[in-house]
Design a protein around this ligand. Structure first.
Ligand code: C2O
Length: 533
């Protein structure tokens, strides 16, 4: 393993999309930002220098950060933001990890535009557990607003209402071709008979997405930097923060084939309905040849999302075994949802909130990790409820207990204890699924279902043999998802819905994992350049 150095200069740049130019925060002038390349077990050192007026932090989404929580990145959870003119060096190892991940800003809504891919190749001399493709391609999916993104959420918070949806979805930063402003969309150039490893990263802000290529099947081989049993599909379902790596075989002779990226939301509320399009273009295809089209899954294609999720299995080979905890120390039930609370300062007297077990999480002004490490009291309380405070019943109509309390509450875990969390979607005002992300760990997705979780019968059906391992999982509309992990990483670890608007509304909490007793079981000391608030 080697140490790789990167420099992230955070600078403003003008970018033109959907017929309008705006000045945005970028890393090294790029949108999407630069890709980090490394191999398993390498050490990464990234010096981030903030040359813009806004506060910045960077999160390495899915990197375990074993004992190095200081480099995890979420503002006010593990660090103070990097202010104008300041810099901070993130230093972490990719121990036992290989595959595709993403990095993104983790303060306010900055990740909408500040994000990029992380590619972790296997160790030198170790092959992929699938036939080596002829070429690799990174595909970053995103969303674009014509207006300033922070203004979008600030206005929504003042009104107490959902924010405006984006003006376009993007593939590698490009919306589909727009005839009026002579922009071209993304093109993937292929040669007939060759294979392509597509490393698909969703950096979308508030939408889960479908990804499809006309007349081609995709073979899924990895999600969230863990290998899966290969399976073929014509549609990928991917939530914000998730990654999916698929093999595309260029099995047509020639021509152009549409790439379609369209949103999923299991509801009828009005939305943008934007589909980003690109093209797979075979070599020696005539310029005027028409693009072969494909059908796009409807916005409410829940069966497509379910069958994709159900097909995901861990590879579970000798080299990549499954280690799902079989006995559980902490059995948690997290009811997650969106509701409405009274709000004196809001225009309508009420505002939309989101909560876990009726607690809407409030970010502190001292980072939780610092408070934990130095024993600073008064920053958080340790009473985050492990089960809902009130009984609730999802039967298709809104439950009654939608009032929430505000708090900065954490849940404490002993080092190396085993944890099961059942996330219960409650579908309070809009039926939406929640791509839920846990920092500091991978977890196994052992079960999922519709309606209320049944603690007696559902666990009997858990997959403890080859459950998929990930860092972000979709909790289905009006249903539940169960995960298991071992708390083998001391520190403070954020858990939140990766639909950024839900995070803003309070759908977040944190775990504190105590130090263990062994020599390599404590948080490392903070780096000397750790930003101050
Ligand atoms: Cu990718 Cu806490 O986020």
């Amino acid at each position: 393993s080697v140490t790789r150095h990167y420099k992230f200069n955070v600078v403003m740049r003008n970018k033109t999309r959907v017929c309008a130019t705006k000045s945005i925060v970028t890393v090294n002038g790029k949108f999407p930002g630069p890709t980090l390349y490394a191999r398993e077990d390498d050490t990464i050192i990234v010096k981030v220098v903030n040359h813009v007026q806004e506060n910045v932090t960077i999160h390495w989404h899915g990197v375990r950060q074993l004992r190095t929580g200081w480099s995890d990145g979420p503002a006010y959870i593990t660090q103070c933001p990097i202010q104008t003119g300041q810099s901070y060096i993130y230093n972490f190892s990719l121990t036992g990890q290989r595959g595709t991940l993403l990095w993104h800003a983790h303060v306010n809504w900055l990740r909408a535009i500040v994000h990029g891919a992380i590619v972790i190749l296997p160790k030198r001399g170790i092959p992929y557990p699938f036939p080596k493709p002829d070429k690799e391609e990174i595909i970053v999916l995103g969303e674009w607003w014509k207006s300033d993104v922070e203004a979008v959420i600030n206005q929504a918070m003042q009104l107490g209402q959902p924010p405006n949806v984006s003006d376009a979805h993007t593939i590698n930063g490009l919306p589909g071709p727009a005839p009026n402003c002579s922009s071209t969309g993304y093109t993937l150039h292929v040669e007939s008979g060759k294979t392509y490893l597509l490393r698909i990263v969703s950096a979308a802000l508030n939408e889960e997405l479908f990804f499809k290529i006309a007349a081609h099947q995709l073979t899924i081989v990895e999600v969230d930097a863990t290998y899966t049993k290969p399976f073929r599909t014509d549609t990928i379902f991917i939530g914000p923060g998730q990654t999916t790596t698929a093999i595309l075989t260029a099995d047509q002779v020639a021509g152009k084939y549409l790439i379609a990226v369209s949103p999923f939301m299991d509801t009828t509320v009005a939305t943008d309905n934007q589909t980003a399009t690109g093209v797979v273009r075979y070599k020696s295809t005539a310029a005027f040849s028409p693009t072969n089209l494909t059908t796009i899954p409807p916005r409410n294609a829940t069966p497509v999302t379910n069958s994709f999720a159900d097909s995901l299995r861990s590879l579970n080979s000798k080299e990549y075994p499954v280690n799902v905890p079989l006995s559980i120390d902490h059995s948690l039930l997290f009811a997650i949802g969106v509701g409405v609370n009274p709000c004196a300062t809001c225009l309508n007297g009420s505002r939309v909130v989101a909560a876990i077990n009726n607690v809407s999480f409030v970010l502190p002004s001292t980072p939780l990790l610092q408070a934990h490490y130095y024993g600073i009291s008064g920053v958080y309380t340790e009473d985050f409820p492990g089960t809902p405070l009130m009984p609730f019943n999802y039967t298709g109509t809104p439950p009654t207990n939608i009032q929430t309390t505000n708090g900065t509450e954490v849940y404490k875990l002993a080092f190396n204890s085993t944890v099961q969390i059942v996330f219960q979607g409650t579908s309070i005002i809009a039926p939406e699924s929640h791509p839920t992300h846990l920092h500091g760990f991978n977890f196994y997705v052992v079960g999922k279902g519709l309606g209320n979780f049944d603690p007696k019968n559902d666990p009997q059906k858990f997959n403890l043999v080859d459950p998929v391992e990930r860092n972000t999982v979709s909790v289905p509309t009006a249903g539940w998802t169960a995960i298991r992990f071992r708390a083998d990483n001391p520190g403070v670890w954020f858990l939140h819905c990766h639909l950024e608007v839900h995070t803003t509304w309070g759908l977040k909490m944190a775990f504190v994992v105590e130090n263990g007793l062994g020599p390599n079981e404590s948080i490392l000391p903070p780096p000397s350049d750790l930003p101050k608030c």
